[in-house]
Every structure is written in structure tokens, then in C-alpha cells.
Design a protein around this ligand. Structure first.
Ligand code: HEC
Ligand code: HEC
Ligand code: HEC
Length: 345
């Protein structure tokens, strides 16, 4: 099976799971309003595959064809959407013709209806195909992104992407559609908090971190959706871009910065040192504060014998070491983003 087909299957499974969990699959009402599959078959398919589905000449049968009635509908959907040509083996016979692509002529509902017909006509007895399954095959990334958004983000940012007085809009938000998606990816990966100005309005809430809760592929999908939904028209986001945006805050990076730059004074276990001259960071109130702003300010500007790290460590490295310190030795501060560090005046 091709990689494309198997990834379509993976998305189909994903969508089915989401549909089961969130009840967003094919609804009976959608089925009632759906187009007539047998009429579409008669007008678009019967000339080649024959009204009785038996095929003829170079046109393979659809009746009694195991590919057509397979429980896994991804291949049949892909064939109707994109067409196919070249030798195909059906029931021990080889056919070699060209099946046209229907993606520009038939809607998702039409393709679902005609395949549902084909899978249940004549002697065939396979389950229906839903428009959602066709949508997944047509545009797997955007579709799964929409599902993830509905499940994980819409509660705060609203299905319309308009946000509310507490949550910033993602629709028409210049940060979201920026040519370079690095910043918005980092926000989704790491979360952020503190004042955020969008189109002249200031928000002051906490965007949760999705690291460890969504895979890089899911974050790429939801970021792609957010950048292209509503009135947004920005380019897609790849899994590699997500991996790159997540890297600076990796705890491992923070740990290595800590051992190079901080351990001499604050101790290997954050216990402090210098007979009390260097404070413990384990259990420290500022380190565990909900907002990382105070801690970031001390690190950036220094204070008494604590050196200033501004200009010596990049904002990404400061975010990384802060994330490490805030999550080590029993500390329970949340992760810190580059934007949190940049926000320190
Ligand atoms: C112009 C002729 C033609 C028309 C019209 C046509 N098909 Fe096909 N179809 C073919 C050919 C030829 C193949 C085999 C292609 C190959 O050899 O790779 C095929 C293959 C298929 C397959 C894959 C069968 C398998 O064993 O995997 C399906 C499913 C299918 N067609 C459904 C349809 C449906 C549904 C329509 C109408 C929307 C349609 N076809 C219209 C010519 C046609
Ligand atoms: C619990 C509520 C909540 C949820 C759930 C949530 N967000 Fe947010 N999001 C926020 C808040 C609050 C902010 C603004 C944070 C600030 O003030 O610094 C924000 C900010 C953002 C931003 C930055 C916008 C900008 O202008 O820089 C993006 C992008 C974003 N969220 C995307 C998402 C995505 C994608 C999801 C789902 C995976 C999601 N959010 C889920 C509350 C939420
Ligand atoms: C040369 C010794 C030294 C080094 C190196 C050093 N610090 Fe400090 N740090 C101090 C001292 C001293 C203080 C207390 C400052 C004061 O009394 O106001 C401090 C304070 C802090 C505080 C504030 C604690 C509080 O509750 O006020 C944080 C956070 C902190 N350091 C983190 C770091 C990090 C992260 C690094 C490495 C990037 C680092 N420090 C490197 C000496 C050091």
C-alpha cells in the first residue's frame, strides 16, 4: 500500500476516533439530505462500469469486487477522488484502463453517496461511506486540524476563531498569519501568559501548553488549520517546523545551560550555596510563581551578586533554563516561552 494511502487511513482512523468521542461524525440528518448515489452512478459511472456493476472491456467490475467492499474505504475513496490508471487485478483478471478523477466534479457528499451506493448495490453489502471520510482523504491535514481545534481550542478561542473578552481572536490576528509561523507554533507548543496585545486589545490570560498532549503532527495540523481557517490565508505548518519550535525549551537544553552557567552558585540540586549568599532555587517562591515574569526579570537584569544574562544568553536559552529550573527539584512552575522572556522590559 502506498504511503499516501496508509496516511489517509491513519487520518481516517483518527477522524473516526474523534468523531466517536465528540459526536461529530456523519449525522443521520446529513444522511437524509445527502444526494442520490444511484442517480450519480447512472449518470457518471455506468457508461464504463455498466448499470449492473459487472464492468466490460477495460473497465473492471464493481459488483463482487473485494477492493470496493473492503472495510477499509480509503483506497476506494482515493480512486474516485484522484482517478487511477495502469494494471489493476480484480478477481484474477487484469484490467488496464484509466479511471477519471472526480474530485473537481463531485462534492464530498456526492462521492460519499455514490460509493455508498456502489458498496451496497447488486450483491455488494458493505457499510456506507461518509462525507467526512471523503473530506479526510481530500485534505487530511486541514481536516484533522479542524477536529483538533474543535476538541481542544474552540472552548476558549471560539469555533469562529473570534475569541472573547478573555481569549484573543485567532481569526484576523497578525501573529497567527505571520509569514514566519515560528512564534505561533512556539505559543501552541509551550503555552504563554501575560499581557498580549492583539489588534489593539490587551489580553492577560494563560494559554495552556500542548507539549506532551498533542503530537508534533497534531500541532502542525491544528496550526495549519488556524492559519487557513475563517478569513486567514497563511501557508501550512510542517511537523519539522513544530519540532524546531519546540527545541529551545527542551528540558535537556535547559539542563545543560544550567550546569554551564548557574550550577556554580545555585548548586547541582538547586539547593543554593556560598553559605547562604546564593539562594536556593528549589522551592523558591519566585521560581514557582504562576507568572514567569519576575523570575525572567531577575535573570535578564541580574540583582546584586546575581549576574545579568541579557546579551549572554539568547531569549530562547533563557526560556529553556527557566523551564528547566521551574520543573526540577520539586518545583512546579509552568514552562516558559521565548515570548515570555522577550516581554520583560
Ligand atoms: C471512463 C470510464 C470510467 C468512468 C466514467 C468511471 N470509471 Fe471507475 N474505473 C475505470 C477504470 C478503467 C478503472 C480501473 C483503472 C485501472 O486500471 O487502474 C476504474 C476503477 C474504479 C474503481 C477501483 C476498483 C478497484 O478494484 O480498486 C472504483 C471504486 C471505481 N472505478 C468507481 C467508479 C465510480 C464510483 C465512478 C463514477 C463516479 C466511476 N468509477 C467512473 C473507468 C471508469
Ligand atoms: C483555556 C483556554 C485556552 C485554550 C483551550 C487554548 N487557548 Fe490559545 N490562548 C489562550 C489565551 C488566554 C491566550 C493569550 C495568552 C496571553 O495573554 O499571553 C492564547 C493565545 C493563543 C495564541 C497566540 C495568539 C497571539 O496573538 O500571539 C495562539 C496561536 C493560540 N492561543 C492557539 C491555540 C490553539 C491552536 C489551541 C488549541 C490547541 C488553543 N490556543 C487553546 C487560551 C486558550
Ligand atoms: C555568580 C553567582 C550566580 C550565578 C552564576 C547565577 N546566579 Fe542566580 N542568583 C545569585 C544571587 C547572589 C542571587 C540573589 C540576588 C539577590 O540577593 O537579590 C541570585 C538570584 C537568582 C534568582 C532569584 C531568586 C529569588 O527568589 O529572588 C533566580 C531565579 C536565579 N538567580 C536564577 C539563576 C539562573 C537561571 C542562573 C544561570 C543562568 C543563575 N541564577 C546564575 C547568584 C548567581
Amino acid at each position: 500500500m502506498s504511503r499516501r494511502a496508509s496516511s489517509a487511513i491513519a487520518f481516517a482512523i483518527f477522524a473516526a476516533v474523534v468523531a466517536t468521542i465528540y459526536g461529530r461524525g456523519a449525522s443521520p440528518t446529513a444522511a437524509a439530505a445527502s444526494p442520490d448515489g444511484s442517480a450519480i452512478f447512472a449518470s457518471k459511472c455506468a457508461a464504463c462500469h455498466q448499470a449492473n456493476g459487472a464492468g466490460a472491456g477495460p473497465y473492471p467490475p464493481l459488483a463482487g469486487n473485494a477492493d470496493v467492499t473492503s472495510a477499509d474505504t480509503a483506497t476506494a475513496i482515493a480512486t474516485v477522488l484522484n482517478g487511477r490508471s495502469g494494471p489493476i487485478h480484480v478477481n484474477g483478471k487484469t484490467f488496464s484502463g484509466a479511471m477519471p478523477a472526480w474530485k473537481d466534479q463531485l462534492s464530498n457528499d456526492d462521492i460519499a453517496a455514490v460509493l455508498t451506493y456502489v458498496r451496497s448495490a447488486w450483491t455488494n453489502k458493505a457499510a456506507a461511506v461518509t462525507a467526512d471520510q471523503v473530506a479526510v482523504a481530500r485534505n487530511p491535514v486541514a481536516f484533522s486540524g479542524r477536529q483538533i481545534f474543535a476538541a481542544k481550542c474552540a472552548a476558549c478561542h471560539q469555533a469562529s476563531g473570534q475569541g472573547s473578552s478573555a481569549y484573543p481572536p485567532l481569526s484576523g490576528n497578525p501573529d497567527v498569519v505571520a509569514a514566519d509561523p515560528k512564534g505561533m507554533i512556539a505559543t501552541i507548543v509551550n503555552g504563554r501568559s501575560g499581557p498580549l496585545v492583539v489588534n489593539g486589545t490587551t489580553y492577560n490570560g494563560k494559554m495552556p501548553t500542548w507539549k506532551g498532549q498533542l503530537s508534533n503532527a497534531d500541532i502542525a495540523a491544528v496550526a495549519t488549520y488556524v492559519r487557513s481557517a475563517w478569513t486567514n490565508k497563511a501557508s501550512g505548518v510542517t511537523e519539522q517546523q513544530v519540532a524546531a519550535a519546540g527545541a529551545p525549551v527542551l528540558t535537556a537544553v535547559g539542563a545543560s545551560i544550567y550546569s554551564a552557567k548557574c550550577v556554580a552558585c545555585h548548586g547541582a540540586n538547586g539547593q543554593g550555596g556560598g553559605r547562604g549568599a546564593f539562594p536556593a532555587l528549589a522551592g523558591d517562591a519566585l521560581v514557582n510563581a504562576a507568572s514567569p515574569a519576575g523570575m525572567a526579570a531577575v535573570i535578564e537584569h541580574g540583582r546584586s551578586m546575581m549576574p545579568s544574562w541579557k546579551g549572554q544568553l539568547s531569549p530562547g536559552d533563557i526560556a529553556a533554563v527557566m523551564t528547566f529550573v521551574r520543573s526540577s527539584w520539586g518545583n512546579k512552575g509552568g514552562p516558559v516561552t521565548e515570548q515570555d522572556v522577550d516581554a520583560v522590559k
